[in-house]
Write a protein that binds this ligand. Sequence first.
Ligand SMILES: *[C@@H]1O[C@H](CO)[C@@H](O)[C@H](O)[C@H]1NC(C)=O
Ligand SMILES: *[C@@H]1O[C@H](CO)[C@@H](O)[C@H](O)[C@H]1NC(C)=O
Ligand SMILES: *[C@@H]1O[C@H](CO)[C@@H](O)[C@H](O)[C@H]1NC(C)=O
Ligand SMILES: *[C@@H]1O[C@H](CO)[C@@H](O)[C@H](O)[C@H]1NC(C)=O
Length: 660
Amino acid sequence: MLPGLSKAARTDGSYNYTLKTIAASGALLFALLVIYFLHDTQTTASSQIRYPVSESLDTTAPALKETSQIIADLIRQADKQFEILASSESQSLADAAKVYRSRRGRHPPPGFDTWYRFAKESNSLVIESFFDTIYDNLEPHWGVLPQKIRDFASTWPTVVKVRNGEVSRPSGKTNNASLSVYYYSDILNNLPSLPDVTLAINGDDEPRVIVPFDQMIKFMEEAEKSRSEHNAVPLSEIKNTFASQPDLLSVPDELPKTQDYVTGDQGHWNAIVSACRPDDPMHTEPGSTTLQAIPPKHSKHYTKGSTQGYISNYTMARNVCWNPNLRSLHGYFIHPWSGISYTELRPIFTAANIVGVSNDIIIPPPAHWMKDGIYKEAEEKIPWKEKKSATGWWGSATGGNHTADNWWGFHRHRWVQLLNGTTHSMLEKQLEQSPYSSTQELYEIGLDKSNWGKYNFPYPLRELFPDLGGFGKLGLWIGHVANGGFTNMFCSMLEYYESTVGKGPKTCKHTDDYYGLVDTVKADYIMRHKYLPDVDGHGASGRFVGFVRSLSVPIKSTIFTEWHDSRLIPWRHFVPMSPEYQEWYGLLQYFLGYKDEKINIPDHDDMGEKIGRQGSEWTTRAERREDLLVYVHRLILEYARVCADERITMGWVDDLLDKT
Ligand SMILES: *[C@@H]1O[C@H](CO)[C@@H](O)[C@H](O)[C@H]1NC(C)=O
Ligand SMILES: *[C@@H]1O[C@H](CO)[C@@H](O)[C@H](O)[C@H]1NC(C)=O
Ligand SMILES: *[C@@H]1O[C@H](CO)[C@@H](O)[C@H](O)[C@H]1NC(C)=O
Ligand SMILES: *[C@@H]1O[C@H](CO)[C@@H](O)[C@H](O)[C@H]1NC(C)=O
């Protein structure tokens, strides 16, 4: 490995081929290259080293850190972050109100005392930052007239309402049939007394609201003004009550086709681009606005928000505005599944947002509430020592609407190839037999179109993964440690539904040459593996919480954010992975180790066991059904307040009036 080479490979957007660069770079470089090749011949099993010198060389770059060092540091930081989090529990109602005011800049909502008692009775941790998502999502709505927020629900087909403490649904063909409305009604029915409120529920998984950044700024400015007004109201005039709302008897059958209705892949992408901040890389990185990488390959840099590819800032690493290359690497960005959004700020309750992009109001997904969710109750926790030192993933080809001319960029399609040892071996053979000195060359000039499907993932760059990258034995190794594949090709909506009731095919013409269907397996079987990847489907994950609970190590890759994000800490309760999956091999190498006649990389089984145990323990404190209820209760109180005409003078201030 040559440190200098590696750094350059990821920072330089341009792409110069080897010899030119070498000639121009003088004797020092030449010496380094000699060492590089010598090093390679000594440490790899493959007889012929084809791995390239990097695209351009920067000998001033700092040395690369060892993978094990990076991950150890990330784990240590996560442990520290967790200690701070766990020690910030509020010990009394007055304490909770105080923390609320300092974090939110407003008085707590009416009914805060009831909420606090409910949390305590549920034995739920009162840690204010657990509720950050609520405030991130609702804050811009303080910049919208309350009447306008309230009126929206009457235009939406899936709605649940509370009137005089009774939970019910307005009549409507779609509403009557909606399963999510049924589940949310059930959740609300388990909460203590609720104000009148009407929730427009997104019946779909993909988020619906993508507001341009310049408009969000205006809402936030208005919200800031309302906060100052609120804080200027004398305490004696702050009212701890909610007003009643007129009833809503029926809702339409279909989504509103308003002017801001966005559909189609290009329409979506344009909306996404305008939702990013003006100074985000989205607006400056070349190629970020087109679907041009065919076959998709890793960007020539590490994911932003990572340390040499290992995620150090989970928010940034999931954010497409920072990583615009995801345009061609994730199904949602290539061609969303239902693909309907609105660019005006609308109060729609959805289980997941696109990080940095969408503006729905997040509510926990039904899958986290359903008692019988398939991954939910890990029947019996399997002790770490009885689990296989291996990884496995089973699922459908969801996560966007793939078609014959776009599927190879889809993340799940790439993901399943990353589990397939046969494909890796075939690519390694291609490399060995080709005249090309690098996989990049092979991809760009050496592969004809008929092979794109087969090799829709980049063979790992040695620059990214010094130990295993480019060494010629990945296929064997992956075949040995990775298990699983697609259980249903999810070819089209109709075929999918027919296949789930046993009538239609699970296959798909445009991908059948590259994927073999595997049998579905039980959650118990999956949880017999120590490392459990979770990659995106259409939205919120139904399996992640079960994985965290299972004593195995979830390896989580997503562009979505969910209600529990501020309570589950990456590297403490699970291992984060970029949506590019570029560090996949490195993670496996770190946890599982690798050994053959020439290479000996130690495993970190103890670290895996530790993360698995910590995640499992924490779910019993912070991720129970009771905790979900406490979250939704807080959300409803806040939403009811922002919907009220008198919202500026509403709040809970009994502690300041000395009434507690
Ligand atoms: C919805 O269900 C209610 C009763 O639960 C019924 O009165 C109403 O007619 C139904 N509406 C539609 C459009 O089917
Ligand atoms: C992570 O990145 C975001 C930008 O996406 C930034 O605002 C935040 O401060 C970063 N967090 C840390 C801990 O560096
Ligand atoms: C998927 O895309 C195809 C082609 O653009 C389109 O005909 C089909 O309706 C889409 N399916 C869904 C569920 O949107
Ligand atoms: C793995 O790849 C080989 C070669 O492309 C293919 O025949 C096989 O069906 C793949 N297996 C799975 C589970 O997708």
